[in-house]
Design a protein around this ligand. Structure first.
Ligand code: 13P
Length: 252
């Protein structure tokens, strides 16, 4: 019932020339229908990427945005500006933004609401650190991030939110969560979403796993009942690798 979603987060990578060859590579193969595919270039690549993927199965996402429509916020980009470039999805509250750019749960909540109000689909990220997991606090931390991050989102729009669980210790480390760890946490996230919005809404919210996803672990992850899709960093930068992830096998 929930459509699988495969998202590539390019982070601060790819010149225009590199973006061009990456996207050409992605478009060279046919992609299974009934799945959503998104690439999230840096802001400078959005316009070019948008043109290249127009009328293909791949949709455009951004990596961040401000919550205001316009104003004196030097260096920031608004939801309206993203809409102009045919952006459909926006990553909100990635752990790198929380860690390096002072993104708080309150800002995450304002941005998530602003995305929804502007017809953008927010991919709201949550994730615990290694110390928090080893201390056994991971469920508590994730619940707090979810409750605070969704604080401004009422049930009329909640089903459009995408939640991405990205344990910080699995990002860019090659140390992916096991299928069981990922499935367990995504199940927990859905329980929290049910507490917040009731089961008919929470059953419609897509929940992704992210953290060292690659062509070798994608099939196992996507077979987990709670995993609706993946948010991919490093492996989304090479077209052969990302193609293998987008065309994962859901049989067996
Ligand atoms: P990696 O896939 O490189 O671990 O990055 C995950 C991520 O942060 C995607 O948003």
């Amino acid at each position: 019932m929930r459509k699988p979603l495969v998202v590539g987060n390019w982070k601060m990578n790819n010149t225009l020339q590199e973006s061009l060859s990456l996207i050409e590579g992605l478009l060279s193969n046919s992609l299974p229908a009934e799945r959503d595919y998104v690439v999230c270039p840096p802001y400078t690549g959005l316009s070019l990427a948008g043109k290249l993927i127009k009328e293909t199965k791949i949709q455009l996402g951004a990596q961040n945005m401000h919550f205001e429509a316009k104003g004196a916020y030097t260096g920031e980009i608004s939801p309206l500006m993203l809409k102009e470039l045919n952006v459909r999805y926006v990553i909100i509250g990635h752990s790198e933004r929380r860690q390096f750019f002072g993104e708080t749960d309150l800002k995450v909540s304002k941005k998530t609401l602003a995305a929804l109000n502007n017809d953008l689909i927010p991919i709201m990220c949550v994730g615990e650190s290694l110390a928090q997991r080893e201390g056994g606090f991971h469920h508590k931390i994730i619940k707090k991030q979810l409750v605070q991050g969704l604080k401004l989102v009422d049930s009329s729009k909640a089903s459009d939110v995408v939640v991405a669980y990205e344990p910080v210790w699995a990002i860019g480390t090659g140390r992916t969560a096991t299928n069981e760890q990922a499935n367990d946490m995504l199940g927990f996230i859905r329980t929290v979403l049910t507490e917040l919005y009731g089961s008919s809404i929470s059953e419609r919210i897509r929940i992704l796993y992210g953290g060292s996803v690659n062509p070798s672990n994608i099939d196992g992850l996507m077979k987990q009942p709670e995993i609706d899709g993946v948010l991919v960093g490093g492996a989304s930068l090479k077209s052969e690798e990302f193609l293998k992830i987008m065309t994962y096998s859901d049989r067996g």
